[in-house]
Design a protein around this ligand. Sequence first.
Ligand SMILES: [Zn+2]
Length: 101
Amino acid sequence: MALRINRVRAVAANDAGFSDLLAVLPDGAGPCLCCRRHSPDSPALILVADESDDDPRVLCAAVCSMCSTAYPANQLLADWVERLVMRYGGTAVPDHRFERG
Ligand SMILES: [Zn+2]
C-alpha cells in the first residue's frame, strides 16, 4: 500500500521527538535539503511527511542551520512537498521507497 502524504510538519532541534527522528533518518542526517551540503553538525530542522498516526512510515528531510534560518519553515515544507509530488507524480509514495537494502 502506498503512503499518501497527508500531513507535513517541521521539527526543530529543541522540539520533542527530534532525536528520535534523527535516529531514523537514512544515512544519518544526509545532505541538507536546500543546499545539498553535508554538514558535520546535526541538522537544525527535520521535515516530516506522513499519512496518519496509524501508519508508522514517514518521509524525512534534513535542513541545515543556515538554511533553516534563511527560509521560513512553511516555505521549506511547501517546496519539499512540491518536490516529492513531482518525483512521485502525486502525493502517493510507492512502497519500495520504504524498503531497505
Ligand atoms: Zn542547507
